[in-house]
Design a protein around this ligand. Structure first.
Ligand SMILES: [Zn+2]
Length: 442
């Protein structure tokens, strides 16, 4: 049942001053919601949406003061167990990937499990690298044994490109440059062998559309794999042309670029504008000069389209301020706005991201399973992104406070079950990955 979280996570701190701080914080007023657990660290409504310099409530300030002790005694104490548990859980589910019922993809399947182990390998978990390679191999095998699903999607998350991208990354991290190159070529040939797959796609969003293919290209580049600039430029051109066409249909009130999926103009990272704009920002070197002003104007329009709370609607014209998750709402928008604020040296865009962070702190401990897409881990990563972008300590403290809550029995026993509990985007491995990132952030 959704409700307030008790701070059981910190029971082993019962002899420390931090325990009293947390116990006191947990007595604060608690909201009840079907969508999120009350944040026991939150005593009063959080800071105003315009505050970027001191985005903290009194309990959060106290947490900052107590953090060195909290970090040493609570986070580190759980880290090893968290990593081991994740490895056991994912490995028991997927094994060598021989079960043909497992999807090959990143979002719910084998490539996503490989990515989770890749993340653990980067944190120094022993054996994680070899498991990542085995799972990536199983994902490639599943591409052949599941022909009906093979070319259905064009994106990193849902399609074949995600399998090649993760395989390239896993090989690059293992130092196998030859295979990393081969898998990168497979990813690129997905476009060059049949460019109409991308050009004729019926959407542009990250989850199912052109930006999802561009994301796969950017992903392998981040692991040092070389991608032909012309391929990226072609995909970007398609996305820009599509955005202008949709904006023209929408009329004078539209920003220069607009995108629709199933006739709705979505704002989120998975299904809408913020995710598409994020990939354009990350592919900035191939965005034509003539289009850059349109991208910037669309981002400014997006930032101004938020609710008074600091959150965003899920789609244009939707007045319900409900969803606070990566796929819809502030958690996904934050990544794009932080990127844009740095790209354009625009502090007002960072202010909009910070306002979204306050929304996450208030309503972001979701009752759904703790995945990346619509779960606590995705929201934790948004808080970590704010810490990187602002350098303000409170965001790391808040992210780590989320992780303490995420590992409390109240949360573990109380959150909703997932159809895919071992998937990166809908299940538990994301919570572990976020924990690793929270520990590594400095
Ligand atoms: Zn989602």
């Amino acid at each position: 049942m959704p409700g307030a979280l008790a701070p059981e996570t910190t029971q082993h701190l019962s002899s420390s001053p931090t325990w009293y701080l947390l116990k006191w914080s947990a007595t604060a007023e608690m909201a009840a919601s079907a969508r999120y657990f009350a944040n026991p660290f939150l005593q009063a409504p959080s800071s105003s949406s315009s505050s970027s310099s001191s985005p903290s409530s009194a309990p959060a300030q106290a947490l900052v003061a107590a953090w060195p002790e909290l970090e040493a005694s609570a986070m580190d104490a759980t880290a090893r167990a968290v990593r081991k548990e994740t490895a056991r859980m994912v490995w028991e589910t997927y094994g060598d990937g021989d079960d043909e019922n497992h999807h090959f993809g990143v979002y719910t399947g084998l490539a996503g499990a490989a990515l989770a182990f890749l993340h653990m390998a980067a944190a120094g978990v022993s054996g994680a690298s070899s498991r990542a390679r085995k799972l990536a191999k199983a994902a490639r095998r599943a591409l052949k044994t599941q022909p009906g699903r093979k070319r259905e999607r064009i994106t990193f998350h849902e399609g074949e490109p995600g399998v090649w991208a993760v395989s390239a990354a896993v090989s690059a991290v293992a130092g196998d440059d030859r295979r990393a190159w081969e898998y990168t070529q497979e990813l690129i040939s997905f476009y060059t062998d049949a460019p109409t797959r991308i050009r004729d796609a019926d959407s542009d969003e990250i989850l199912y559309g052109r930006a999802g293919y561009l994301l796969a290209l950017l992903f392998v580049e981040s692991f040092g794999c070389s991608v032909d600039e012309q391929v990226k430029a072609d995909v970007v051109t398609c996305i820009l042309d599509s955005g202008r066409t949709c904006a023209a249909r929408a009329g004078d009130s539209s920003p220069p670029l607009m995108y629709a999926w199933h006739k709705k103009r979505y704002f989120g990272a998975a299904h809408g504008l913020s995710g598409i704009l994020y990939t354009l920002l990350r592919a900035w070197s191939v965005v034509p000069d003539a289009a850059r002003a349109d991208v910037r104007a669309t981002i400014d329009w997006f930032a101004a389209s938020r609710f008074e709370s600091g959150n965003w609607p899920s789609s244009m014209g939707n007045s319900k301020d409900r969803l606070v998750q990566w796929c819809h709402g502030a958690p996904g928008a934050i990544h794009m706005l932080c990127e844009a604020a740095a790209r354009f040296d625009a502090p007002q865009l960072l202010d909009a991201a910070v306002a979204g962070g306050d929304v996450i702190w208030e309503r972001g401990v979701l009752t759904k399973a703790p995945g990346l897409c619509h779960g606590l881990a995705g929201n934790g990563f948004a808080l970590l992104a704010l810490h990187r972008a602002t350098g303000v300590a409170i965001w790391l403290v808040r992210a780590r406070a989320f992780l303490l809550l995420a590992n409390s029995p109240s949360f573990v026993e109380g959150h909703e079950t997932s159809d895919n509990p071992c998937s990166l985007y809908q299940g538990t491995p994301a919570r572990r990955s976020c924990h690793v990132s929270g520990l590594r952030a400095a």
